[in-house]
Design a protein around this ligand. Structure first.
Ligand SMILES: [Zn+2]
Length: 89
């Protein structure tokens, strides 16, 4: 029995019509179908399995803050050196 994650159903499903495949990197994978919606499911076997792609929402989400915009805007002080003006005809 192979279980996989259906991205369409967004749920774990038993892979229907599972077929083992060998990937290019030498890892085995199971390719099959979602029994509910028929979407293609893919499960990687062997090697280092990092678990399901969608981790359960049990980890505390750290508040992401934007970097403080404390950079002062450059003051346009051009009293001593005025920008060169293009010659006007
Ligand atoms: Zn599905």
């Amino acid at each position: 029995m192979a279980e996989g994650y259906c991205f369409k159903c967004k749920a774990k499903r038993e892979i229907a019509e599972p077929a083992e495949e060998l990937m290019k990197n030498g890892r085995k994978a199971i390719k099959g179908k979602c029994p509910t919606c028929g979407a293609v499911m893919f499960k990687i076997l062997g090697g280092k399995v990092a678990g399901p792609p969608a981790a359960p929402a049990s980890t505390p989400v750290a508040p992401v803050q934007a970097p403080a915009a404390s950079v002062p805007a450059p003051a346009p002080t051009s009293t001593s050196a005025p920008p060169p003006l293009p010659p006007t005809a």
